[in-house]
Design a protein around this ligand. Structure first.
Ligand SMILES: Cc1ncc(COP(=O)(O)O)c(C=O)c1O
Length: 480
């Protein structure tokens, strides 16, 4: 065996002992739920001294944290005798809970009916159907007590279907209990009790409530920090200790935030609540994927945005911040991982354009530059402007710009003297347009342009490549 091979075998062996839990076969996929890895964030934390780790819930077989609550909810209903063989499980779900329930239901032989708001991604709908569930799409923009609201509709279906239960994740104590029994102890063990801050967001609140209660019992000093999307009412309800009446507004991040406080959310375990925009949440999710190789959804981005803020403020290498990576990015390929969707929703920073970009966009049958020679007549210059539908021309002597003419200046001068039309351009021309390099940012050129100086010449490698006018710039800004 070569030294390299020996070294790789040693590394593989070290890795294997780290992956202790997969060394024996499992009885079913349900046994693989939980014990998700805790992974250090190394790149998005550049310059931050506080260590930040992510609990990678997308490692669960259904790709999200919600796998943890599917089986406990079903088993509780079985114990209580409300769910009998051949029964139906109904739930209003933003997708992930549906998958968690559907996996357990598939193995236990139950039928699933899920209602889901129409803002949820197509991938999620298809995924639930793949597990054999029936999916009913409901409108997002209805008040929480409207009969078409996805939770209200699920309740009605559960009532009207024989031998059916409502999984009721928003009020079912089996939900926070599952996190108290699994996610909390895992974090305590994985960090060897060193965790100082747990950052998460509440959808049902099951995760933050269950984990928060467990960790605070272990060490009351551990801080529980919550993130909330702009538009959700939860952060405001926490600030007002449940007494406020905030108005909810639509937002794009899925699975977290609410327009009413769920029964499974215990606001008293939370020490700080911070709101985050969709834009920041999605930007961080994309960074986690590209920089850390952690392919996550928008909620993980939102939570990590908060976690990094916490870590920066702490500036303490001895602290131990844990962020929660709730689900896989595969569920959002048509949304936050689709540049077109991001642009349509004003979620992407506009591209930093250069003059070369403006010239590139301009080219569409229009010559990069129309110019006139110094010896031409004014009549010829005006003819050129009309032919090409432009309002100004550089006067070019070979490759040198020696002056400029514009319809605005010419019309003024021709009113003064009718002889002007037959004058030579060099006799009446204005000073040349300024010349700028093609790699100059668009913004830096904007201030060079004015009514008296309506264009700039663009030069690359010492050669004049084209002209950019005030109207070209306006057009570019509009399309950006
Ligand atoms: C993507 C995603 N992230 C986070 C959460 C929040 O978890 P919890 O409902 O335990 O508060 C959910 C819940 O639906 C979710 O789907």
């Amino acid at each position: 065996m070569t030294t390299t091979a020996r070294e790789s075998a040693a590394t593989a062996a070290a890795r294997m002992s780290q992956h202790e839990r997969h060394r024996r076969p499992y009885e079913s996929v349900l046994d693989t739920i939980g014990w998700t890895p805790l992974i250090r964030l190394n790149r998005v934390t550049r310059g931050v001294r506080t260590p930040v780790y992510g609990k990678a819930e997308f490692f669960n077989p259904g790709g999200s944290v919600k796998d943890r609550i599917g089986l406990p909810i079903i088993e509780r209903a079985e114990r209580e005798g409300t769910l009998k063989p051949g029964g139906t499980i109904v739930e209003g779900t933003s997708g992930n809970t549906g998958v968690g329930l559907a996996i357990a239901a598939a193995l236990k032989g139950y039928r699933c009916i899920f209602t889901m708001p129409d803002k949820m991604s197509q991938e999620k709908v298809r995924l639930l159907k793949a597990f054999g569930a029936e999916v009913i799409i409901t409108p997002t923009a209805v008040p929480p007590d409207h009969p078409d609201n996805y939770v209200m509709m699920a309740k009605r279906i559960a009532k009207e279907t024989p031998n059916a239960i409502l999984a009721n994740q928003f009020y079912n104590e089996a939900n926070p209990e599952a996190h108290y029994a699994t996610t909390g102890p895992e974090l305590w063990e994985q960090t060897e009790g060193r965790i100082t801050h747990f950052v998460a967001a509440a959808g049902t609140g099951g995760t933050i409530t269950g984990v928060g209660r467990y960790l605070k019992e272990k060490n009351p000093k551990i801080r529980i920090v919550a993130g909330d999307p702009h538009g959700s009412i939860l952060a405001e309800m926490w600030k007002t200790k449940g007494k406020g009446h905030p108005e909810g507004a639509p937002y794009k991040v899925e699975g977290i935030g609410q327009d009413k406080v769920p029964g499974t959310l215990d606001l008293s375990v939370i020490d700080d609540y911070q709101t985050v925009s969709d834009r920041d949440a999605f930007a961080m999710a994309r960074r986690l994927t590209r920089e850390e190789g952690l392919f996550v959804g928008g909620s993980a981005g939102l939570i990590t945005h908060v976690a990094l803020g916490v870590a920066k403020e702490l500036d303490d290498p001895k602290a131990f911040v844990v962020t929660f990576l709730c689900d896989t990015g595969e569920r959002y390929l048509s949304k936050l991982y689709n540049d077109e969707w991001m642009r349509e929703n004003q979620m992407l920073e506009p591209e930093k354009g250069t003059l070369a970009t403006v010239l590139g966009v301009k080219r569409g049958g229009v010559p990069a530059m129309v110019s006139v020679a110094p010896g031409s007549t004014v009549r010829q210059a005006i003819g050129l402007m009309q032919q090409h539908d432009v309002s100004q021309l550089p006067v070019m002597d070979g490759t040198n710009c020696v002056g400029s003419v514009s319809d605005w200046a010419l019309s003024g001068k021709s009113v003064e003297s009718a002889m002007l039309l037959d004058a030579t351009v060099s006799d009446i021309m204005d000073p040349p347009f300024p010349t700028v390099e093609a790699n100059q940012p668009v913004e830096s050129v904007a201030k060079l342009l004015s009514k008296t100086n309506p264009a700039v010449l663009v030069r690359r490698d010492g050669k004049t490549e084209g002209i950019v006018t005030r109207s070209d710039l306006l057009q570019f800004m509009m399309n950006r």
